[in-house]
Design a protein around this ligand. Structure first.
Ligand code: GLN
Length: 433
């Protein structure tokens, strides 16, 4: 079976930046299945903008490794999804192409930064999509839109062809309506690629199992504390009780390093971003600059005009954090905090097989509600720890509050993505039945 898939969605939520009206597909395990790809993942011949004006009309000459794997599996790549500019945001409102709306309630944000992928799946335009997760960008929109999203273990999915935001934190991962479909997509994309030097040869090829008898679930008090909406906490506790009903046991664990997680994350991600985004200079990447001007003027004009406010803020923060005289005070300290968090998770995951908590501290915000950057950053508190520790984490829908979806987050040991998938699957099968 091979052919082309016609794709002309009613994109009322602004989930896509680019759609491919006829998408070719070949034979394979995903033959003819429409898959949407986040717009920071390179697609040969298809515009890839990262949600930014600076890459408007950029067409990559090659496919990201995962995109090649999708094509080989027969998937029809039907479009590129909307996102916060370069992945910097929690709502998809920093996109240069307008915000995406949440299909569960169009007056609300879909979460971010993979909000377009989540909305496309939630609105039934595609059954599955790729997202990327640097500090929660797969799990947050999955939770806000009521779908499944997996951030794989760091080093399990190739980042070759992913336009980097913060290399040491991010992974490409699957988003879908069901755990089974997320796992299917993960089985296609998680294959060893020697071109990503941070990968280990630990391919994922797994059919989920709902047998979780004897599974030890760690409950960190930090995930139910300050800043977490009590209704969200209660909804998630009820979901954990469902897992107990299936034979899992719960133990209390602690991640004391969490109190420095956000600060560490925002120092590390902005530092890496300031270095990664230097290539958008109108010479290597970005529209050509006016050569009558001096280099500094031309560079400044271009970046001021084409980068959005949040991107410029982060480049400046990161440049400052790395600058002579300050790097020891910020960047080096953030790395210490990161190491502590990793060790906390290592310890907690000796007493428990997985760790459970809410994905997000609240339900989806109203469009335009978060106006100051700090309050936006604070909402990432429950997702960034898994990126700092490099561990797998899945978000699975676990109920609604006033009609708005809530996500249950399950985290596991490095390279035990299968285990968090199984626990999510067990929960999903039980509540569906
Ligand atoms: N909201 C976080 C940030 O803005 C996470 C984004 C992401 O995972 N790409 O950095």
């Amino acid at each position: 079976m091979a052919g082309t898939l016609e794709f002309s969605p009613d994109d009322r939520y602004n989930a896509f930046i680019t759609t491919c009206s006829t998408a070719p597909f070949s034979d394979g395990t995903l033959a003819g299945i429409a898959v949407a790809v986040k717009d920071n993942i390179s697609t040969a011949g298809i515009e890839t903008t990262c949600g930014s004006k600076i890459l408007e009309s950029y067409v990559p000459p090659y496919d990201a490794y995962v995109v090649g794997l999708l094509r080989k599996a027969g998937a029809a790549i039907v479009g590129k999804t909307n996102m916060d500019e370069f992945g910097m945001g929690t709502t998809t409102e920093t996109s240069a192409f307008g915000p995406t709306k949440n299909p569960a309630d169009p007056s609300r944000v879909p979460g971010g930064s993979s909000g377009g992928s989540a909305a496309a799946v939630a609105a039934d335009l595609v059954p599955m999509a790729l997202g990327t997760d640097t500090g929660g960008s797969i799990r947050c929109p999955a939770a806000f839109c009521g779908i499944v999203g997996l951030k794989p273990t760091y080093g399990r999915v190739s980042r070759y062809g992913l336009i980097a935001y913060a290399n040491s934190l991010e992974q490409i991962g699957p988003m879908a309506r069901t755990v089974e479909d997320a796992s299917r997509l993960m089985s296609v994309i998680a294959k060893y690629d020697p071109r990503d030097s941070t990968m280990l040869d630990r391919p994922y090829d797994h059919r989920p199992s709902a047998d979780i008898a004897g599974l030890r679930i760690g409950i960190p008090e930090e995930y139910f504390g300050e800043g977490v909406d009590p209704r969200v906490a209660e909804t998630v506790r009820n979901a954990i009780a469902v897992l107990e009903g299936l034979g899992a046991e719960t133990v209390t664990v602690s991640i004391p390093g969490m109190r420095h997680a956000l600060a560490a994350y925002y120092v590390i991600c902005t530092s890496e971003a300031s270095s990664n985004l230097a290539r958008f200079d109108g010479v290597r990447y970005g529209p050509a600059v006016d050569t009558r001007k001096t280099w500094h003027e031309a560079y400044q004009d271009l970046r001021e005009e084409k980068f959005g406010t949040e991107v410029r803020r982060r480049v400046m923060l990161g440049t400052f954090a790395l600058s002579a005289g300050y790097a020891g005070r910020y960047y080096a300290k953030a790395q210490v905090a990161r190491r502590n968090i990793m060790q906390d998770f290592e310890r907690a995951l000796r007493d428990a097989d997985i760790i459970a908590g809410p994905t997000m501290p609240t339900v989806a915000f109203r469009l335009g509600e978060k106006t100051d950057p700090l309050s936006m950053y604070l909402s990432d508190i429950l997702t960034v720890p898994a990126n700092l520790a490099g561990i797998p984490a899945i978000s699975v829908p676990c109920g609604r509050i006033d009609g708005l979806p809530v996500g249950l987050q399950l985290m596991g040991r490095q390279f035990e993505d299968e285990r968090v998938v199984d626990a999510a699957y067990a929960y999903e099968q039980e509540v569906r039945a």
